[in-house]
Write a protein that binds this ligand. Structure first.
Ligand SMILES: [Zn+2]
Ligand SMILES: [Zn+2]
Ligand SMILES: [Zn+2]
Length: 163
């Protein structure tokens, strides 16, 4: 499985267990090659997000951590710190319109991500098409872009079929 083929995988029929294992291995590889520590807590948060292609809010992640790890009570800052690290490393993305997080399907990519969000199944697909034209137009206006968010909502093909 090549990571490139994983863009927009959320809306394609696939064996998610393989997808999950592959992405976790990619994340390990990414951190290893940059000499970064994917601590067990960070990895655990990533694994939770890799559970599906649906975004999760920080408090849902916290609840899940406390459900699987009963040894200690985990506080919100721990989750936020792990999320910050994963965001910085491009292993996850923030879905602004949902105030939630999703695992990246091309771990560590440098370019901005853009998403399709299904309002029925709540799955999010990361698109490969870049917003280069938009950015080029902004650039031609002399506009200095800080941040660009492209989140397109609608209904995925499967949900339309299921009616
Ligand atoms: Zn998958
Ligand atoms: Zn990504
Ligand atoms: Zn859907």
């Amino acid at each position: 499985m090549k990571s490139k083929t994983l863009s927009n995988i959320a809306f394609r029929r696939h064996d998610h267990r393989r997808c999950q294992q592959f992405l976790l291995a990619e994340a390990d590889q990414h951190c290893h090659s940059l000499n970064l520590r994917l601590t067990s807590r960070r990895r655990q948060v990533l694994e939770i997000l890799l559970g599906s292609h649906q975004p999760m809010g920080a408090y849902d992640i916290l609840a899940e951590l406390n459900r699987v790890d009963r040894a200690e009570r985990i506080a919100p800052p721990i989750v936020y710190r792990a999320l910050d690290f994963l965001l910085q490393q491009g292993l996850i993305h923030r879905i602004e319109s949902r105030n939630a997080f999703i695992s990246c399907v091309q771990p560590g990519h440098q370019c901005a991500a853009q998403f399709l969000i299904c309002r029925d199944c709540e799955q999010v697909a990361e698109l490969e098409t870049h917003e280069q034209e938009l950015l080029a137009e902004a650039d031609s206006l002399g506009f200095a872009v800080d941040h660009s968010i492209i989140e397109i909502t609608g209904v995925c093909a499967q949900c339309q079929k299921d009616g």
